[in-house]
Design a protein around this ligand. Structure first.
Ligand SMILES: NC(=O)c1ccc[n+]([C@@H]2O[C@H](COP(=O)([O-])OP(=O)(O)OC[C@H]3O[C@@H](n4cnc5c(N)ncnc54)[C@H](OP(=O)(O)O)[C@@H]3O)[C@@H](O)[C@H]2O)c1
Length: 286
């Protein structure tokens, strides 16, 4: 089976590609920089130049020819969230990019399409569990983040299953090598981290190796037309940061009671465990 991956050179892709090769899949990497892809994946022979934000609608189907499965893992999170148009590329990847990849995949006769999404698009549910049937957050206050995700998922859901089987994987915040967790650890070491509000909000995290194994599980087991939360057991944010600080011998972070309380995302992974036969196995605390 041949799997095409857009976004293979990112944190998740770098964990996923070796797992697929290990399981004897043929991997085709569609990368902005073929030099970077060749350096990261010397064992991958099918590396194709592809910038999903360029005008490649006509060429994309031939780039996917012969592929059974396509996974869209591309993202463009800005380094400076406040810069003008900071989110434009990410929004376009989640809208125009998804539209183009869905169309090209169908034209190329791809059987299964996997869309990486995020659990952070759910609204705040306090201490209640969040399951996949609950709507994403369409409130205007969070629209910059959530509107493109809602649009992205809707485009995927609108794909008739007789044309292409699809599956959406809503990942929690990644932890592990090269993730935001390493910045958090650096701030804890420097005594610069604090817990916003009282720290009782839930956070749903996932180790990037477990996210990658969930993609493999979805390739192999996902029912057509399915959506899954891919998260480890949720933790309260304060508890997470305290445990992270303990693990590196740093002082526990203080509570910033004046800060706005972040949304609480206590996401359930029960559906993924049952339907994908997947289990997270890497510790959230390194
Ligand atoms: N990070 C998290 O905490 C988190 C949590 C939940 C879900 N997710 C989702 O998981 C997926 C992977 O995230 P990640 O952390 O692995 O991201 P990442 O490390 O930032 O990697 C992003 C990937 O997208 C590629 N890309 C960017 N712009 C592109 C374009 N115009 N055309 C083609 N490819 C492009 C990048 O290529 P270059 O190497 O050339 O830059 C890279 O391969 C994304 O869908 C993200 O939304 C992430």
């Amino acid at each position: 089976m041949r799997v095409a991956i857009v976004g293979a050179t990112g944190v998740l892709g770098r964990a996923l590609v070796p797992m697929l090769l290990q399981k004897s899949y043929t991997v085709r990497v569609l990368a902005r920089s073929t030099a970077k892809a060749h350096m990261l994946f010397p064992q991958v022979t099918e590396i194709v130049e592809c910038d999903l934000l360029s005008n490649i609608a006509n060429e994309l189907p031939s780039m996917l020819e012969g592929c059974d499965i396509v996974a869209h893992l591309a993202t463009a999170i800005p380094s400076d969230f406040t810069a003008p148009n900071a989110w434009e590329a990410n929004t376009r990847l989640r809208t125009d990019g998804v539209r183009m990849l869905l169309d090209a995949s169908q034209r190329a006769g791809v059987r299964r399409y996997l869309q990486q999404s995020i659990t952070m698009a759910y609204p705040d549910h306090g201490d209640d569990w969040i399951t996949e049937d609950m709507p994403l957050d369409s409130s205007p206050t969070r629209a910059r983040t959530t509107a493109p995700v809602i649009a992205m998922e809707q485009m995927v859901r609108d794909t008739p299953l007789e044309k292409m089987e699809w599956c959406i994987l809503r990942g929690g915040s990644f932890v592990g090598k090269d993730t935001f967790q390493q910045d958090t650890i650096a701030r804890l070491r420097a005594g610069k981290e604090s817990v916003a509000c009282d720290g009782r909000n839930f956070t749903s995290l996932i180790h990037v190796m477990d996210m990658a194994s969930a993609v493999v599980a979805a390739i192999e087991n996902a029912p057509a037309g399915s959506v899954f939360n891919i998260v480890a057991e949720p933790l309260r944010q304060g508890e997470y940061l305290d445990r992270l600080a303990d693990s590196i011998g740093a002082a526990r972070p203080g509570r910033d009671n004046a800060a706005e309380c972040p949304p609480s995302w206590r996401c359930s992974n029960q559906a993924a465990k049952t339907a994908l036969h997947w289990l997270p196995s890497s510790s959230i605390i390194p």
